[in-house]
Design a protein around this ligand. Sequence first.
Ligand code: ACM
Ligand code: ZN
Length: 550
Amino acid sequence: MNKRLTLWIVCLLACIVPMMATVNIIPKPLNVTEREGTFRLRDGLTIGYNDPSLAPAATYLQEMLSRATGFRIKTAKKGKIQLTLISTPKSSHQEGEFFPSAEEVKESEDYELVSDKTGIRITAASYRGIINGIATLRQLLPNEIESMTKVEGVAWNVPAVSIQDSPNFHWRGLMLDPVRHFYSVEETKKLLDEMALYKLNKFHWHLSDNEGFRMEVKAYPGLTSDTVAWRRFNVHDYRCLDRAGRENNSAMLIPWKYIKEVEGYGELYGGFYTQDEIRDVVAYAAVRGIDIIPEIDMPGHNGAACYCYRWLSCTQDGIEPLCLGRQSTIEFAEKVYDEVFKLFPYEYVSIGGDEVNRGRWSECDECKKRIEEEGLNDVNELQAWFTKRMERYFNAHGRRILGWDEILEGGLSKTATVHWWRGDHPDVTQRSTSMGNEVVLCPFTYLYFDYAQNDSTLRNIYDGDIVPVDLTPEQQKLIKGMQGNIWGESIPTEARMQWMVFPRALALAEKAWTPRSNQEWDDFLPRLQQHLKRLDAMGIQYRPLQTNRP
Ligand code: ACM
Ligand code: ZN
């Protein structure tokens, strides 16, 4: 090769490589074609949308883009950024025609994003598809677009691309536990924003447990009273504080804002969400294409409710679980879920159902009577009886029931969905799917984001077979997706939450969106390294990739 040609090739590569590096999307899209050129956002930009249902998406994009750029951005019918909802999707997978068949439209989250120097077009067959396109657009822009304040001196360029994209799983979630430690509405919304950037679309909200009840229930105001939604410092608080001192780590301190002085009790820790606040969070999530799956855990993990309403517990001593022999418990459950159904307009509600101390029921005359009258064999079947009864109630209100994998014990109806969390029970997914039950995967072996991290954790998640490999194709169809769980015991602050969740959530996002055959660690890692800069711009205090901090 002559010298001049070599030089020419080197120059060409030098131009192409940075150009390619601008397209750096997590989760990895199905199909990306990079072209020459860019579209630059400028003051006075208009975002167009062709259907009134897209107005919230257009406003969301407008607000996001104007924050960092400082530009005046309008929304109208037609714009340089155009959001288009198509009602008659084509099934062809040719470029520009990448949409599902009409039957698939309801479920469709697919989108196409085409940008060139004249503008950007995001097209989809559903609101959620448009939202996914917006998440991609956000990632095509410089990292500074994530800034909450105006950033000067940035060329707000979007590279010319054509992207056709579609998720592998429709359930890509995070579960947050504001019971063990409380997170404000603002902190919760911030997590929703972070989820939206990575196309995580299910927010499972664990709203009740032994340590507190976090949802205002009008029928039972005691649940959010000062001594139920607030509590004395417990062993987890002291562990966090001890660690804060040992590590000089302010992220482990218990925030003062969640402590209040209660007469006769001293300083208590806690908080709850009013129904207005819940409606606000639900609306915020909806704009971002995120469903909220509320969990009011029953019949176990009910220390707070039993402490408040002693008649809920077997010997009226305030100790959980709920007594399933008593009719008043069933009425309590129905009235609580009635309010849940009104607040959360989504298909799924979780009954929890995990780690129930069923032994208490064997000592309770009323529970024993229920077992006898219903022809049940044991306390496992008593829980199953309750779950089935509540499932009928959920169904009568147009909802589907979901529960932790213990709901399998004692028998389960085919229509309930199982959260597989016990990673040490690998048979759960096999058993559930062979009975026809759908499963959401969140085994603690991979997806408990409150578990300690080391330098291998991220790669283990990314490379792991989170979908068990022993499933038949029919069983695989029953896997709805996966979620990371953020239990709160050792996460007292938002800063600690970010440290535990990021960057693991990015690995989860790709595991859930991108087909397994397209997941390659060596391809993911450089993209992730770039994304850490985006997380920096968002002010997320993630765990750096190489660190010895536990
Ligand atoms: C659980 O971790 N108890 C679901
Ligand atoms: Zn009982």
